[in-house]
Design a protein around this ligand. Structure first.
Ligand code: HEM
Length: 219
């Protein structure tokens, strides 16, 4: 337990935890997308998938783990941003002329911060739509059509899916660097794989509201 407290109170350990929880969330997104794509196989397939998922032993624990991943990731990012800002302030007064190198880093953290906050708003709305409604619908297929059949909700889900890719584009490769896995030979491969994953997840998620709204013409 003492090692856990030491890890949490140390900025390097916190960066590692941000990376590990981030990669855990990427794993969730991949499985979430693969599961959701069952909607294209028809009503029976997506409803069976949801039924099987909820029947998994320890499903409640998986949900708690997922929630913890989100909370730890967000809380530590806020904390590290605060520490970095304080450090940058001090550095500025001591070595104002050597600040140019940190401009790029500052821009990346603004970009990650803005995409992260938009993503958080999307996830809160999305959990309200689907997770908190669990039990309130007989068919997930019909319910998803009901939610995404409305124009503004379809637009919100498409925008949210695009922001997932935006956040991951930098976040994925950055996680590997935080874990000390930056390597002259493998980093370009990780970067390319991260870019592929960002595009695939964005297009995959967008395909669902787009199909329901534009092709099926809503509910
Ligand atoms: C745009 C297409 C998306 C669709 C159609 C969709 C659909 C769903 C559905 C149907 C559920 C409820 C599943 C159940 O009954 O257990 C759900 C849960 C959830 N979704 Fe999505 N989702 C989408 C995108 C996303 C994205 C981009 C994220 C994250 C950034 C996300 C995060 C979550 C989370 C955290 C839950 C709750 C999981 C749980 O605790 O059971 N979803 N989604």
């Amino acid at each position: 337990m003492a090692w856990l407290v030491r890890t949490f109170s140390n900025p390097i350990g916190q960066k590692v935890l941000v990376a590990l929880t981030g990669l855990g969330l990427v794993g969730f997104l991949v499985s979430h997308l693969l599961g959701n794509l069952n909607i294209f196989r028809g009503e029976g397939a997506i409803n069976d998938y949801a039924h099987t998922l909820h029947g998994l032993p320890g499903f409640a624990l998986i949900e708690i783990g997922l929630l913890l991943c989100f909370l730890v990731h967000i809380a530590l990012v806020f904390n590290l941003t605060r520490i970095n800002r304080a450090a940058r302030g001090k550095q500025y007064t001591v070595r104002a002329s050597k600040q140019t190198g940190s401009m790029g880093r500052a821009m990346v953290s603004t970009y990650m911060g803005v995409s992260g906050i938009i993503l958080l708003v999307f996830v809160v709305v999305h959990i309200g739509d689907f997770r908190l409604m669990r039990g309130g619908y007989d068919s997930l297929y019909t319910y998803t059509h009901e939610v995404l059949g409305s124009g503004w909700k379809a637009a919100l889900y498409m925008a949210g899916s695009a922001v997932v890719g935006w956040h991951l584009w930098h976040g994925f490769q950055s996680s590997f660097r935080s874990l000390g896995l930056g390597h002259a030979k493998y980093s370009p491969l990780i970067e390319r794989f991260g870019a592929f994953l960002s595009i695939a997840l964005t297009l995959g998620f967008i395909s669902i509201p787009a199909w329901i709204f534009f092709i099926k013409g809503g509910q």
